[in-house]
Write a protein that binds this ligand. Structure first.
Ligand code: GLN
Ligand code: ZN
Length: 756
């Protein structure tokens, strides 16, 4: 059997591309210098893959910002507002990615969206009727030639015609169907050129095929590929899918003239069933996605090899592949110097996955049960040190239905709380964090490096908290926060205090463009030894008579922004975390904190791609995990939650079902459409749609906020409306924060006057 990788990470093992690109943005290095860093990165990655004995090495998986954007530029899809700037090709590209403000003009960036169910974000290209879609770029050919010159034969990778057309944003009157001919020509042109350049295979990525597809979609897919494949001469074409299975289009895919089909056996719940029940098209190669491209655990050879054996027994010619691009995992364990071997031995980042592919290839060709590599691997799955905590497991096992139900029910609580807090109508609050000024970060760093004592660290933060409380009192906010000065990150802060978590030093994963994140790893059963936030919250509460919100991150967000375990279900992990956070909620309450906010910024992150799976596979337990967190509090205790988006029209019932008392969410950048659905669904939870955008340093005027509020009041009844910014203020400066919040409070006052 041969081996294949769908795509490799590209920011550089130590984020070299990120740093070079940001230097280029700051004009500290030239375009040539940036290009040369990029070239070095590509070279070292191709060579790493080559020495690992990988058979299908990808090219064109590199990107300065994003592959969707690359594909748009390749096909001449550059809106006039960017080409009109008259910049170099590279700068035009970056203008599309990040916007441009300078001598040549002032334009916003293209929109950015989550790439399927990952935490990677792609740029959404825009096409209007004036744009002629045609093959004009050369990036894939250049990179293919670049690899070839290094002695590396690659398999160029491109986003496929169907996925590309489905993800484009159509600004004019034309739709996807109107571009079929142009797209067929462009992709046929690609195949022709790769043929002449000496490519043996070209990979077209079609993840859109794993969504629920309508007949019209399937017809479009068939039309595109009948066209593209009819021009195929020398080059073989691999149709690569990932992030799910092909239950809606397996037949179409099989009947088209592809030379290879890539199926995801990791995330594709029905992939094996599809292959078993329908067979696999004769004469085609099956690229079997068996090495997980999304998680960092070592592959279980026993499971994988028995699958490969079954495929072989069916007479299927199989290539061992990753389940998706390795873009979603960090580079290499080699850079982790602090984690003990007893843990790292269980992990495989991108480079280690190459080794796994090589081992699997070898093992698949022999009687593997006695092979050394197989035994070493099997032993790993039998011994997981520090992993299981019977007490935690027992607690999870004992959860029963009543643990998910908070009593009394919502409306009774609402009445109790109105009395208890006696807040003005339209209460004002913030989302939690206050500006993380340089001294705040320096204090944390100094403490971490042992530069200052615990006492010094605490004293500094207390000073910050008291300034923050004083500022909020002066501004006139109604429900206060402590400011979160002790937190680096809303997940890491809790992970570091929970048992069961591990942290890496260099395990960065690209989130978008030059932004990378370093998700913590859930190693074992999660538990909490002692209160994590109580002291800070109590101190803050002691400084004011107004209610001080306790501030926690919810279980679903903690889970979704970590690398999860594979030996237990996501649901079970979520419940373990929920129990730990529940204890924190109860401790806050027992200590006199009367309002507690549990942030679920990433609730939507792992929503399944197929709507039919939303509840059964995800929302049922995700919402339950949240309910478990707060079901134990008294009627008088008010539970808030916060989300960083308002895209929940389609899951609005589930959101209301979280049974929080108040929800605040991002709404200022979206068109407030969400308000209609709040009204239509008779949303019971009190709501604070963000009244201004904290992602920009702009100070919103009183009038502007007032206008937003008036709109909100058309859809939300006055006793349910809260007034707040749309997210935490940590990235903002003090001056603009103060000015903005003063205007917010002023707008609230005007609204109260008009409505009293
Ligand atoms: N409470 C957090 C903060 O204010 C929420 C952050 C978030 O929603 N991403 O920073
Ligand atoms: Zn937020």
């Amino acid at each position: 059997m041969r081996t294949s990788v769908i795509g490799y990470p590209r920011v550089g093992a130590l984020r070299e591309l990120k740093f070079a690109t940001e230097k280029y943005f700051r004009k500290e290095i030239s375009a040539d210098e940036l290009q040369s860093t990029a070239k070095d990165i590509r070279k070292s990655q191709w060579l790493v893959q080559k020495v690992s004995d990988l058979d299908f090495i990808p090219s064109n998986d590199f990107s300065f910002y994003d592959n969707m954007l690359d594909t748009a530029v390749l096909f001449n899809i550059i809106p006039n507002r960017y080409s009109d700037l008259g910049l170099s090709a590279l700068d035009t590209y970056f203008a599309m990615a990040r916007g441009y403000q300078g001598e040549a003009g002032d334009v916003k960036a293209l929109a950015m969206k989550k790439w399927f169910n990952t935490n990677y974000h792609y740029m959404v290209p825009e096409i209007d009727d004036s744009i002629e879609l045609k093959l004009t770029g050369t990036k894939p050919f250049d990179e293919f030639a670049e690899a070839k010159a290094l002695g590396v034969q690659t398999k160029p990778v491109l986003i496929g015609a169907f996925t590309f057309l489905k993800l484009l944003r159509y600004m004019g009157t034309k739709t996807a169907e109107d571009y079929t001919e142009a797209v067929i020509n462009a992709y046929s042109g690609l195949l022709g050129r790769f043929g002449s350049a000496g490519a043996e295979w070209v990979q077209f990525d079609e993840p859109y095929l794993v969504y629920d597809l309508a007949e019209k979609d399937i017809a479009l897919f068939e039309k595109l590929y009948s066209g593209i494949l009819s021009s195929k001469k020398k080059v073989k074409v691999l149709l690569q899918t990932y992030f799910g299975d092909l239950r809606d289009c397996y037949g179409s895919v099989s009947s088209l003239d592809f030379d290879g089909i890539g199926l995801d056996f990791t995330e594709g719940n029905k992939t094996f069933e599809l292959v078993t029940e329908n067979g696999f098209a004769n004469g085609k190669l099956l690229f079997a996605g068996v090495v997980n491209g999304k998680n960092i655990w070592k592959n279980n050879y026993k499971t994988t090899l028995s699958l490969l054996t079954e495929l072989k027994a069916k007479g299927i010619d199989t290539v061992i592949s990753t389940s998706c691009s390795l873009l979603h995992v960090p580079y290499t364990l080699k850079n982790e110097t602090k984690l003990p071997k007893k843990y790292t031995g269980h992990f495989a980042f991108a480079e280690e996955k190459l080794l796994e592919l090589a081992e699997l290839k070898e093992l698949s060709e022999c009687d593997y049960t006695n092979a050394g590599a197989f035994k070493v691997n099997a032993a790993l799955f039998e011994s997981r040190p520090d992993c299981f905590d019977p007490a935690v497991q027992e607690r999870v096992a004992k959860i029963n239905d009543s643990d998910f139900t908070r009593l009394p029910e919502f409306s009774a609580r609402e009445t109790v709380q109105k009395k208890e807090f006696d807040l003005p109508v339209f209460p004002t609050t913030t989302i939690g964090s206050f500006p993380q000024t340089a001294d705040v970060k320096a204090n944390r760093t100094a403490f971490r490096n042992g530069g200052i004592s615990v006492e010094q660290y605490v004293e500094f933060n207390r000073k910050k908290i008291s300034e923050c409380v004083e500022l909020q009192e002066e501004i006139g906010l109604d429900v206060l926060v402590h400011g979160e000065f002790e937190r680096n990150d809303m997940v890491e802060y809790f992970g570091e205090q929970l048992n069961g978590y591990l942290f890496t030093e260099k395990a960065w994963v690209q989130s978008y463009g030059t932004r990378c994140v370093k998700p913590p790893l859930i190693w074992g059963d999660i538990s909490r030894d002692k209160p994590m936030t109580v002291e800070w919250s109590l101190y803050a509460q002691s400084l004011t008579k107004k209610p001080m919100k306790g501030m926690l991150t919810g279980p679903v967000t903690i889970l979704n922004w970590s690398f999860p375990r594979e030996d237990i279900s996501l649901k079970e992990s979520a419940y373990q975390i929920a129990l730990a956070i529940r204890d924190e909620v109860l401790d806050l309450e027992a200590n006199g904190i009367r309002i507690i906010q549990v942030d679920e910024a990433a609730l939507r992150e792992k929503l399944p791609l197929r709507k039919s799976d939303w509840y059964s596979e995800y929302l049922d337990w995700a919402i339950s995990a949240f309910r478990l967190v707060h079901s134990g509090v008294k009627a008088e205790t008010q539970i808030h939650t916060h989300m960083c988006y308002s895209e929940f029209t389609d899951i609005i019932k589930a959101i209301d079902n979280m049974d929080a008392d108040v929800i605040t969410f991002e709404a200022s950048r979206s068109d407030l459409l969400i308000l209609d659905s709040l009204k239509e669904s008779d949303f019971k939870t009190e709501a604070g749609p963000g009244v201004y955008d904290i992602h920009s340093p702009r100070v919103p005027s009183v009038q502007e906020i007032k206008t937003a509020l008036d709109k909100m009041l058309e859809k939300i009844s006055p006793e349910k409306l809260w007034i707040n910014p749309d997210c935490g203020l940590k990235t903002r400066g003090i001056a603009e924060t103060t000015a903005s919040l003063k205007n917010l409070v002023e707008a609230a006052k005007e609204l109260r006057n008009e409505n009293s």
